[in-house]
Design a binder for this molecule. Structure first.
Ligand SMILES: [Fe+2]
Length: 307
């Protein structure tokens, strides 16, 4: 299992609807502290949230502002990331700036690549759309929830990448789908799930995992944006942001929320039990099912190669 998360990759930082103009938002992306800011023209910029002076977080809490003042010694940056003032410094501190990171906003989501170089937009977005991912533009944030998990982030991702466990771990979800039709598709940089819904079950959904730690769980008229936040060996947090089309009926929304929380509790329990066994040092790496676990094979390869 992997306890370190790759940082030279794209991950969703936040839903667009959470970031209004003139708002600065500290957010963690792939284990790194990121500062996002939406300017008056609507563009989003991002930097490492690390002061160029003595490494304090420059913005501690979400705030409306037109500059960023570090709470440690008052070093103040403009919304272009450049150092403007160093009150009481007693000399010329020189030219400094926050370290910019790649940011790309599309379909109601703000993507960030917190480290490394490469294209300024996630290369998989077109393919993800073609595979069935809807746009969340115009959807509203209903709520967020955080689930601490006593397991490596990769244990949770591997669990997400297969449906082999559904009949055993998720009795209510099993009743809503036709398991024989379940297929997991591996694409370049992401994985999608496809399954027919049982008669009388809620309308079909769409599930995608995007390397390395973002998931989009889509229902009719809504989405659970899922981020896995690694916290070192044996610990991570699963963060959910529930987004809904304003036209969705409340009972439809409540049903989606309730099922999501049930399935999460079931996954948390099995992942934590697996982690306890991994921690014995006595677990063997068994064979992966060619029918059900091809995406785990791909994930392990991408971990080796950086995808
Ligand atoms: Fe599961």
């Amino acid at each position: 299992m992997s306890t370190t998360v790759p940082r030279e990759a794209w991950a969703v930082a936040v839903a667009s609807a959470r970031l209004q103009p003139h708002v600065a938002l500290p957010v963690e992306v792939l284990g790194l502290p990121i500062l996002l800011y939406r300017d008056a023209h609507g563009a989003v910029r991002g930097w490492l949230n690390i002061c160029a002076h003595r490494s304090a977080p420059v913005v501690l809490h979400e705030q409306r502002c037109d500059r960023f003042r570090c709470p440690y010694h008052g070093w103040t940056y403009g919304t272009d990331g450049r150092l403007q003032r160093t009150p009481g410094f007693g000399g010329d501190a020189g030219e400094h700036a926050l370290t910019a990171v790649a940011v790309h906003e599309a379909d109601g989501l703000v993507w960030v690549r917190p480290a490394g170089t490469g294209p300024g937009a996630p290369p998989f977005l077109h393919a993800l759309r073609a595979a069935g991912a809807p746009s969340a533009a115009g959807w509203q944030v209903h709520s967020t929830s955080r689930h601490p998990l006593a397991a490596d982030w990769s244990v949770y991702v591997e669990n997400y990448l297969e449906a082999y466990h559904i009949p055993f771990v998720h009795p209510s979800l099993s009743r809503d789908v036709v398991l024989d039709t379940y297929r997991v598709h591996v694409h370049e940089g992401f994985v999608t799930h496809e399954v027919e819904r049982a008669p009388n079950a809620p309308a079909a959904g769409f599930w995608a995992w995007i390397w390395p730690a973002t998931m989009l769980n889509v229902y009719e008229g809504g989405m659970n944006l899922e981020r896995v936040l690694p916290e070192g060996p044996g610990r991570c947090t699963i963060e959910y942001t529930y987004l809904f089309d304003p036209a969705v009926k409340p009972d439809q929304r409540e049903r989606a929320l309730a099922q999501s929380e049930i399935v999460t509790a079931e996954d948390v329990a099995i992942c934590e039990a697996v982690q306890r066994n991994l921690d014995t040092g006595l677990a063997v790496q068994g064979p992966l099912s060619p029918r059900h676990e091809g995406a785990i094979t791909a994930f392990r390869e991408w971990l080796q190669t950086g995808a």
